[in-house]
Every structure is written in C-alpha cells, then in structure tokens.
Design a protein around this ligand. Structure first.
Ligand SMILES: NC(=O)c1ccc[n+]([C@@H]2O[C@H](COP(=O)([O-])OP(=O)(O)OC[C@H]3O[C@@H](n4cnc5c(N)ncnc54)[C@H](OP(=O)(O)O)[C@@H]3O)[C@@H](O)[C@H]2O)c1
Length: 243
C-alpha cells in the first residue's frame, strides 16, 4: 500500500504521517518548499517527500504525485494568520480535493481511497442533519466572513454531491473532528454518524492524535472502511477534559 498525504507538515498531518510510518506503510507527501519536518521523519526510508505547492501543480505533476498510490489523505488547512485566512488560495482544500479527484478519474487504473479531514461545522444535510436557528445564523456568518470555513464546506460538498456514493474510481470518507486539541498520547474516542452536540454552542473536543489514529485505522481496517465509506463520521474524545 502507498499513501499520499497532503498537509503532512501540519499539526494533524504530521501525526498521520507518524502513524503511517509506525505501521510500515509507504508514504508520499507533498509539502511546501519551506516546510520543515523532524529530521528522524524526514530521513525515514518509507517516506518520499515531494517539495512544491499542491495548488500550483500541472496535470502531469499531479498524476506523478498519485502514481502507485492506493489512498490519499488530506489534512490541509489554512494557516491561522491574516494571510492564511484571507489571502490566496481562498479554496486551498477544495481545489486540492477537486484536482486530486479529477486526476484519479482521468488517469487512475485502480480504485483510490480518499480521506478528507473536515469539521463538525460541516452540516451533512443529505444525511438529514439540521442546524438550529441560532446555529444557522452563526454558520452563515462564518461562511460569509471566514474564507477557510467556506473552503471546508465546499470541499466536503464536493465529495458528497459531486463524487457521490458510486464513483468508479473514488471511495471517500470525510472525517469530522470537533474542536481540535493537541495531546501527547492517544486516548479513547468515539465515532458518530452525526454530531451529538452543537459545534457552535456546546462544542466537544477531539485530540489531533486521535484523528490521526482513526484515519489510519480507516485505511487498514476493511470493515471499518466499509462502515464509513462515503460518509462523514464525527470523532470526539471520550473525556471532555484536556489530559
Ligand atoms: N481548529 C479546529 O478546532 C478544527 C476543528 C475541526 C477541523 N479543523 C480543520 O482540520 C484541518 C487540519 O487542521 P490542523 O490544525 O491540523 O491544520 P494545520 O496545522 O494548520 O496544517 C495545515 C496544513 O496545510 C498546509 N497549508 C496551509 N496553507 C497552505 C497553502 N497555501 N499551500 C499549501 N499548503 C498549505 C500547511 O502547510 P505549511 O506547514 O507549509 O504551512 C499544513 O501542512 C483544517 O482544514 C481545519 O480547518 C479544525
């Protein structure tokens, strides 16, 4: 198995990378020229590093990136700086998911698993999820005022509405963590089909390391994959407190 990870230099992507390497999985990552990884990861023989910007790749660079890969994981997200939130690329995540998907559809020989790190602020209406009036007002304001939120919505919508449930080449899962926290160790967590609490008025917490564990399990555990395929599972830590 070979996995392509996008956003591997980020807080969660880095943990996904460690999980994959720990499980002896060949991994290719694409990171920006100035991104830094810990030396011991960078030198791991299971890891292939491509330097460049995912949103500036040509069609042929894109298909090189996907060569021999069975799965793609996106942990991309906008940097929490003024430029990262309001500058270009406005649709970092959506554009990457769309161009990866188009390349798979055009050039891929085998079915590819695609995992998107999404958010509980995405409401899966096709699955019957409904926001309260207060949530609707705040989520609409966020969508209007916060480009990264708009981007996350567009990326998940693309998988649900554009790729859908029976694509010939792509199987996908959009994992929705609640408020992300950093924890050193994995802890117990649970997965729901839909949010069990309001992401706006009563948000829960999700450790990035638990997200990385669940994402890797999805790839390695066939039954788990089949259970969540083409769905938007929500992940919460079992403990509501930061350990
Ligand atoms: N914060 C929360 O509570 C929360 C909750 C649920 C979901 N989420 C979502 O989860 C996702 C991952 O979160 P995270 O905190 O792990 O992300 P993060 O640490 O900010 O990592 C983002 C990754 O995207 C890359 N990136 C950013 N701007 C880029 C650009 N212009 N071109 C290419 N690559 C770029 C970064 O690369 P560099 O290292 O080069 O900057 C990094 O690898 C995000 O989409 C976020 O919205 C967040």
């Amino acid at each position: 198995m070979k996995v392509l990870v996008l956003g591997a230099s980020g807080a969660t992507g880095r943990l996904v990378l460690i999980q994959l390497i720990k499980r002896q999985i060949n991994t290719r990552i694409v990171i920006r020229r100035n991104s830094v990884l810990p030396k011991e990861i960078e030198e791991n023989p299971l890891l292939e590093i491509v330097r460049g910007n995912i949103n500036q790749m040509t069609d042929s660079e894109m298909s090189d990136l996907l060569r021999d890969c069975n799965a793609v994981i996106s942990c991309l997200g906008h940097n929490i700086t003024f430029k990262g939130m309001f500058g270009n690329p406005r649709y970092l995540v959506f554009d990457a998911i769309r161009s990866i998907s188009e390349t798979i559809r055009e050039t891929g020989d085998n079915k590819i698993k695609l995992i998107l790190m999404s958010t509980t602020a995405y409401t899966n209406t096709l699955q019957g999820e409904k926001d309260s009036i207060g949530e609707k007002i705040i989520l609409s304001l966020l969508k209007l005022l916060l480009p990264p939120h708009r981007d996350n919505i567009k990326a998940a919508d693309y998988l649900i509405k554009e790729i859908g449930n029976d694509d010939e080449k792509i199987e996908w899962i959009a994992v929705r963590p609640d408020t992300l926290i950093n924890s050193e160790n994995e802890s117990s967590y649970h997965i729901n089909e839909s949010p069990e609490r309001s992401p706006i008025f009563n948000a829960g917490i999700t450790s990035r390391i638990n997200v990385s564990h669940f994402i890797t399990e999805l790839l390695l555990n066939k039954t788990l994959w089949q259970k969540w395929q083409c769905k938007t599972p929500v992940i919460y830590n079992n403990s509501e407190h930061i350990k």
